[in-house]
Write a protein that binds this ligand. Structure first.
Ligand code: HEC
Ligand code: HEC
Ligand code: HEC
Length: 431
């Protein structure tokens, strides 16, 4: 009996001091060796040359564009009961959600919201994963966008306006908070593998089943794009989308292509769009669907428009290897931007406020603002070749024209690309 007590005591003290050593003293001693203070985080930024670079940054408390209030509502509603905010250094979490948590990121986030229960996904890196429109639809009715969801509806985040649901002050604050999560890491998402799928590969024949594609479509896409593919889904009927309307696939009009203006896209263009999503809009990334599901659903959405069978895709443009960015190229890009009158729509400083910007509409009669390059959030993709592709092919169905025939030399195209990218250097982290 006495012996057992002694063993328990020794073991108890032993483990206590072991924990103290491992979690308290060792990290303190090892800190200078790792060369980074525990309050610091690394941050991915765009350099003035348009490249991505990793820098050290100081931890910062939640800033306030409504996020503080949003955080209080997050606590009040018990979101933390189902959602953790800690990407663990284990078993593929990095591939699912993004870079693992760093000490400095939560140093100021008091009380800590790590959480341990994951009834829903980890939210540490969710900022910028979806556009505000997606969160709006999701808060109003999670099952309209994610059929199996057990997340409750938060209808009290809404008010009615013109027969449609729009976020009220509380709803906007929570959305701002959710969109700020993980943004201390800056532009890491631009380097995230799924955001960097390339066009070019053909769809595997084996995975072309319109029947299975239809199942995937009804479950995942019909809520927004409609059962008939006409863009009239159930969730946008209730909720007012403010950024972009779900595409009507019967029109056969697609923005993001390697094929010239007027042509339908390649299958691989659709694969890229579906995998990466369309950032800033309600269109989410679908990298978590199996590859076969993605190819099958592509096969199915092509059946909505006769254009795909009547007019096969034209030959894709060739995107040459980009040269290394340099200050000279960026300066030259600025001149090309002036000469080609990109500023008429995008504004002199690329803020999307050019003289023509107020009047633009897309083919479906919706108002469409020209992209604000200083935000650094690109619908068509974050890499140099994505920007290059966009102004070479134009975005069909929108006022954004093709400039394929306007370049004196291909280097002018790359110069323009790096200039556009440089406009979001260092800042522009809002989702
Ligand atoms: C009963 C548990 C539960 C509660 C409470 C809850 N959620 Fe969720 N949430 C889920 C589940 C399950 C999912 C995954 C399915 C889905 O996307 O709807 C999810 C998904 C999400 C996502 C998408 C994450 C991703 O990476 O796809 C966000 C954002 C989110 N919830 C925010 C919130 C916020 C904000 C609150 C509080 C206002 C909240 N949730 C409350 C269970 C919950
Ligand atoms: C929450 C709403 C929502 C869901 C769910 C959704 N989409 Fe979208 N989708 C959109 C919106 C909004 C756009 C238009 C974005 C724009 O034009 O800027 C869009 C556009 C598209 C485009 C057009 C791309 C182009 O090149 O013009 C394709 C293709 C697409 N979606 C496929 C899908 C597929 C496949 C699914 C299901 C796996 C899906 N979407 C689910 C909202 C959604
Ligand atoms: C007539 C107006 C107009 C002109 C001129 C114009 N654009 Fe655009 N541009 C737009 C609109 C509108 C969009 C947004 C399309 C959308 O959101 O779907 C856009 C989008 C873009 C995008 C895509 C951003 C993203 O989110 O991926 C790039 C890149 C771009 N423009 C570059 C240029 C460049 C470079 C020039 C000059 C060579 C130029 N644009 C000239 C109207 C214009």
């Amino acid at each position: 009996m006495k012996r057992a007590k002694t063993i328990a005591l020794v073991a108890g003290f032993g483990f206590f001091f072991l924990a103290l050593l491992v979690q308290g003293i060792l990290p303190y001693l090892l800190k200078p060796a790792a060369g980074i203070s525990s309050r610091e985080v690394t941050r991915t930024v765009r350099t003035p040359l348009g490249d991505l670079a990793e820098v050290k940054a100081e931890a910062a408390p939640v800033t306030d564009g409504g996020e503080k209030r949003g955080r209080a509502i997050y606590l009040r509603e018990g979101c933390w009961y189902c959602h953790s905010q800690y990407t663990r250094p284990a078993a593929g979490e990095e591939r699912r959600w993004g870079p693992v948590s760093e000490a400095g990121e939560y140093a100021h986030d008091l009380p800590h919201l790590f959480g341990t229960r994951r009834i829903g996904p980890d939210l540490l890196r969710v900022g910028g994963k979806y556009g505000d429109d997606w969160h709006t639809a999701h808060f109003f009715d999670p099952r309209a966008v994610v059929p199996d969801s057990v997340m409750p509806r938060f209808t009290w985040f809404f008010r009615t306006e013109g027969g449609r649901q729009v976020l009220n002050d509380e709803g906007r604050a929570v959305t701002a908070y959710v969109q700020s999560l993980g943004m201390q890491k800056g532009k890491w998402r631009d380097a995230f593998p799924y955001q960097n799928v390339r066009s070019g590969s053909a769809s595997p024949e084996a995975a072309k089943s319109a029947e299975r594609g239809k199942q995937v479509y009804s479950r995942r896409c019909a809520g927004c794009h409609g059962e008939k593919g006409d863009g009239k889904g159930t969730s946008p009927k209730d909720v007012l989308f403010t950024i972009a309307q779900p595409r009507d696939f019967t029109s056969g009009v697609f923005k993001f292509r390697l094929t010239p203006t007027g042509s339908v896209p390649l299958d691989s263009d659709l694969y890229r769009t579906i995998t990466a999503g369309i950032r800033g809009t309600a269109m989410p990334p679908w990298f978590n669907l199996s590859e076969d599901d993605r190819w099958d659903v592509i096969h199915y959405i092509k059946t909505f428009s006769p254009d795909f069978s009547e007019y096969p895709p034209e030959a894709p443009i060739v995107v040459p290897q980009p040269p290394k960015p340099s200050p000279e190229l960026v300066a030259r890009g600025r001149r090309v931007f002036d000469e080609m009158k990109c500023w008429e729509c995008h504004g002199r400083e690329g803020r999307g406020d050019g003289p023509k910007s107020d009047t633009l509409e897309d083919d479906f009669g919706n108002r469409i603002p020209p992209a604000n390059f200083t935000r650094g959030i690109f619908k068509s993709g974050p890499r140099a070749e994505d920007i290059f592709r966009t102004f070479m092919t134009g975005l069909s169905g929108t006022p954004m024209p093709s400039f394929a025939d306007s370049f004196a030399s291909p280097d002018d195209g790359w110069a323009l690309t790096y200039y556009v990218l440089s406009l979001s250097a260092d800042g522009g982290d809002q989702p």
